[in-house]
Design a protein around this ligand. Structure first.
Ligand SMILES: [Zn+2]
Length: 384
């Protein structure tokens, strides 16, 4: 008979992978049983493998069991709806580095989005891109004072927003694997490229051109916060601003949070751009994590605020039901599987609409009112 002893058995010198394989196999056997205790043992094995040892194969089995209604998940408020609980499992795995879970979440959210929002929208109109009132949008931000050049063109029936920037990698020499770090930065930024639908379903192509010339001005400075960089961080903070700025920089560095300096300086198209990247273990070698962190930080570089809730940052968060554009990406509570909420999240049509507005109006675009000050972007609540 199969039983829970497997959890407490000696490991016999087996690797974690071998143990997880064993637990998973046993779990699948247990789950076929008519005996409720055995089925529970199966679930416990999968939970242990997935949550204690990052065995994502076990996680995907849990995910399917939840969706099939064979496993109910409850919290203190009662049983969670199956889809919410299943998303939770994916979200957790995505957060711990499962690329498959990330991709699944993204496509599930998009499916909901196309079902909920896009389906109701008329076919794409032709002509140069216009705003919600039908006014033509013109963006031509270029030159040595704009670290990210943004040009909107209508050529051969296609609206295209080209974002060009020079990346300046500062203090990267001491990284153990600088090529991987740089590749993660490029790939993360390029995740903003794509074909989007904005301002009433108008097609918009977003293209990104990156260069890497050795010049400090007119560049996005990419700074991995290694110990020595952290030690001289006041030097950077001095470059950027006031005492308040220095204190803020210190606190971000001490919290080990990656950040773009929008947090400490008012965004405008000519503002200097810095992206500070943190690494929990100081190795800067987690390609997937860095890629997604940069994707989020590049959103700030493009003039977007944060979407998540944070009491310490005076961010109230956005509740489900506030804006139709966000709801399809809602996972639970205040969390949305969108890039400015969760760095693994998707870049949506609405995000791009906000980028267009940021560069057109030369004004940062917010999802929520920080400390009741900022104005919410007109992209929200107006459709895509
Ligand atoms: Zn952020």
């Amino acid at each position: 008979m199969l039983n829970g002893d497997i959890l407490s058995r000696e490991n016999d010198g087996k690797s974690i992978e071998q143990l997880c394989d064993e637990w998973r196999e046993t779990a699948l056997q247990c789950l076929k049983s008519d005996n409720a205790d055995e089925r529970n043992t199966g679930i416990r094995l999968l939970l242990k493998a997935c949550y204690d040892h990052n065995d994502f194969k076990s996680g995907f089995i849990l995910y399917e069991l939840i969706l099939e209604g064979k496993l109910c998940v409850s919290n203190d408020k009662g049983v969670l709806p199956a889809q919410e609980a299943a998303f939770d499992v994916l979200r957790n795995m995505a957060g711990r580095g499962s690329v498959r879970a990330s991709k699944m979440l993204s496509s599930l959210c998009f499916e909901r989005y196309y079902h909920d929002v896009q389906r109701k929208i008329l076919p794409s109109p032709n002509g140069p891109l216009t705003d919600f009132e039908g006014k033509q949008i013109r963006i031509n931000r270029k030159g040595i004072r704009t670290p990210v050049d943004a040009v909107l063109e209508y050529v051969d029936g296609v609206n295209r927003l080209t974002l060009s920037a020079n990346l300046y990698f500062a203090f990267c020499d001491e990284l153990p694997n600088v090529e991987d770090f740089i590749r993660a930065i490029y790939d993360g930024i390029l995740l903003w490229e794509g074909d989007y639908r904005v301002f009433g379903n108008q097609k918009l192509e977003v293209r990104i051109k990156l260069t890497e010339e050795a010049r400090l001005t007119d560049s996005i400075k990419i700074i991995p916060v290694t110990e020595s960089v952290a030690a001289v961080s006041t030097g950077f903070a001095d470059l950027i601003g006031s005492k308040k700025v220095r204190e803020r920089t210190y606190s971000l560095i001490n919290d080990k949070r990656s950040f773009a300096t929008y947090c400490i300086r008012r965004w405008r198209v000519t503002a200097p751009r810095f992206i500070y990247i943190m690494s929990e273990d100081g190795k800067f070698d987690d390609y997937e994590e860095i890629k997604h962190v940069v994707k989020h930080e590049f959103g700030h570089v493009l003039g977007l605020g944060d979407l998540y809730r944070s009491v310490s940052d005076k961010l109230p968060g956005v509740k489900k039901g506030s804006f139709a554009e966000l709801d399809s990406f809602h996972i639970k509570d205040n969390d949305f599987y969108l890039v400015m909420c969760d760095h693994h999240g998707t870049v949506s049509n609405n995000d791009i609409e906000m980028v267009v507005l940021a560069f057109w109006k030369n004004r940062m675009q917010f999802y929520q009112r920080r400390g009741n000050k900022d104005e919410i972007s007109e992209a929200l609540g107006n459709g895509n």
